[in-house]
Design a protein around this ligand. Structure first.
Ligand SMILES: Nc1ncnc2c1ncn2[C@@H]1O[C@H](COP(=O)(O)OP(=O)(O)OP(=O)(O)O)[C@@H](O)[C@H]1O
Length: 373
């Protein structure tokens, strides 16, 4: 079943090989004010983030709480204007667009949030919720909109006859998220940014909604930026993954490679901190908690922001910011001492997060002191 093209498709075949979304040097900071409105500091929420998203691709974004994932999403979609940087979407830099021009691009770029009830007006019927974007963005007549509501509910797996007249609070979490998704795809967007879109759902419902996202990707040619703190969820849905640490990208690459053999010590520690199945052995690993508290984004460590917690850190890590460098086709790492042998046997040379580096980290082995915190 497909959604009919009552609205012109947004993807131009000539652009198929160009990125749909190019984020360049994006920076977002928040001023924090103390008593009397005196400036107390600046939260460095997103610092110099760059990446591309290709048409039809799903990019997962993971990282600890407070690493800047939601801020990044808001800055991409421009619900909050970034401090600096560029967000090229379908050939336009959204940062440069005026409010009215931006409204038009919003039709092609939608967001799905964690709490579906928070994004659906409780007083409206489901049909009104789904219809609203069509009223604001198209010249579709009443009948056409009504047909489209049926199509959209159908495509997200809700029987229109049973759901059109209901109100959000009469729905389960999974049903409400399906309505939010129907609304998000109403204008045939090219991109959906999902911010913890399945995190509030039961595991079984999560799986169903993830399947729905995948179905829509195939049928509608959608691309996703899929933000979640849950590593297993991101692994399941993503083609590529970007790992965020304290407002910066630690590494980006194919999902399968990042989960099998991450190059950045932060990603390794993050993966080790949850009971995922070991990709090499198929056995569930015992989780090793990530050592130390994340540093404050009000005063992030100099250069590599992970160096205060990194088992491989050396003097240079506190002095020179490692560039996000391509170490393999499509794989970029921001680390002076990356884990550089992706086919290594995991048990032999994986550096531990609370002690010395393992065998293959020759450069780091001797000086890799346990972090102070
Ligand atoms: N409006 C704001 N004013 C001040 N600080 C903010 C604001 N929004 C976010 N922050 C701060 O920016 C940093 C990044 O927050 P953000 O919510 O983007 O992280 P996150 O990775 O999405 O976290 P989580 O997984 O918990 O949602 C945090 O330190 C947060 O406290």
């Amino acid at each position: 079943m497909t959604v009919t093209d009552s609205i012109p498709a947004t993807q131009d075949p000539a652009r198929e090989s160009a990125p749909l979304l190019s984020v360049r040097n994006l920076v977002q900071e928040y001023e924090v004010r103390g008593p009397g409105g005196v400036k107390a500091g600046v939260v460095h929420a997103v610092s110099d983030v760059s990446f591309d998203l290709m048409p039809g691709e799903t990019l997962g974004i993971v990282g600890e709480t407070g690493s800047g994932k939601s801020t990044l999403a808001r800055a991409i979609i421009q619900v909050e204007r970034p401090k600096s940087g560029e967000v090229h979407f379908q050939g336009q830099d959204l940062v440069q667009l005026k409010k009215r021009e931006l409204k038009k691009t919003r039709a092609h770029m939608q967001m799905v949030y964690q709490d579906p009830f928070g994004s659906l007006n409780p007083r409206w019927r489901i049909e009104d919720v789904v219809e609203e974007p069509m009223r604001g963005h198209t010249s579709m007549g009443r009948e056409e909109r009504s047909t489209r509501i049926d199509e959209l509910l159908d495509v997200v797996g809700l029987d229109p006859r049973a759901y059109r007249q209901r109100r959000p609070l009469e729905l389960s979490g999974g049903q409400a998220q399906r309505v939010a998704i129907a609304r998000a795809i109403a204008l045939n967007p090219a991109l959906i940014i999902c911010d913890e879109a399945v995190s509030s759902l039961d595991v079984l419902i999560q799986a169903q909604v993830l399947n729905l996202f995948e179905k829509l990707r195939v049928e509608l040619g959608l691309s996703y930026v899929f933000i979640a703190h849950d590593l297993a969820t991101v692994k399941q849905i993503s083609d590529r993954v970007a790992v965020m640490h304290l407002g910066q990208l630690a590494e980006t690459g194919p999902a399968e490679e990042i989960y099998r053999a991450p190059r950045h010590p932060y990603t390794r520690a993050l993966l080790d901190s949850v009971p995922l199945l070991d990709a090499n052995t198929g056995v569930a690993r015992r989780p090793v908690p990530l050592q130390g508290e994340p540093p404050s984004p009000l005063d992030p460590p100099t250069a590599c922001r992970f160096h205060t917690r990194c088992p491989r850190a050396q003097a240079v890590c506190a002095e020179v910011k490692p560039p996000l460098e391509e170490v393999a086709p499509g794989y970029r790492v921001s680390c002076h001492f990356p884990l550089d042998d992706p086919d290594r046997p995991a048990a032999v040379d994986r550096p531990s997060v609370n002690g010395k580096a393992g065998k293959q980290g020759a450069a780091a082995t001797d000086s890799a002191a346990a972090p102070a915190d």
